[in-house]
Design a protein around this ligand. Structure first.
Ligand code: SF4
Length: 140
């Protein structure tokens, strides 16, 4: 894509599942497949330019390249919806809300990670050991 195309792409609203705010905060280049990981890294780069995001309770930008996304539905939908709703409640956010990525990431950091509430929300996730280790490192 040319530079102009990238600029347009960067300004587009990005749909995000609320619990992905935590996945993004602790992302260290690991994921469900090489394609998924590359897409997650690209998405994080776009988000760091602080576009507007919309919080959704269904598959989002990150799910777009996930092998667990079966025709638009996560194979672990019940579990990830539980995470999404818990993040909305803990961070004082709501489904469909539009806000800047930095504002969203700041609320996740302050209201959930900073208060030590991450594990109560997604402590049964298969990636928990990474987030726990990175959380401990950041606390030192
Ligand atoms: S499809 Fe499911 S496992 Fe894959 S990124 Fe989305 S929520 Fe996570």
């Amino acid at each position: 894509m040319n530079q102009r195309g990238n600029a347009v792409e960067d300004r587009k609203e990005i749909r995000l599942r609320p619990h992905h705010g935590m996945c993004l905060a602790f992302f260290e280049g690991k994921g469900y497949s090489d394609g998924f990981t590359a897409h997650m890294a690209e998405t994080l780069e776009r988000l760091q330019k602080d576009p507007e995001i919309r919080l959704v309770l269904h598959t989002d930008e990150i799910c777009g390249a996930c092998p667990n996304n079966l025709k638009g539905t996560c194979i672990s939908d019940e579990k990830v919806l539980r995470y999404d709703r818990a993040v909305l409640m803990a961070a004082g956010l709501s489904e469909g809300q539009k806000l800047s990525y930095q504002e969203f990431a700041g609320k996740v950091q302050k209201e959930i990670i900073g208060r030590g509430r991450r594990e109560e929300i997604c402590g049964d996730c298969e990636w928990d050991t990474i987030c726990r280790r990175r959380g401990n490192e950041n606390a030192i």
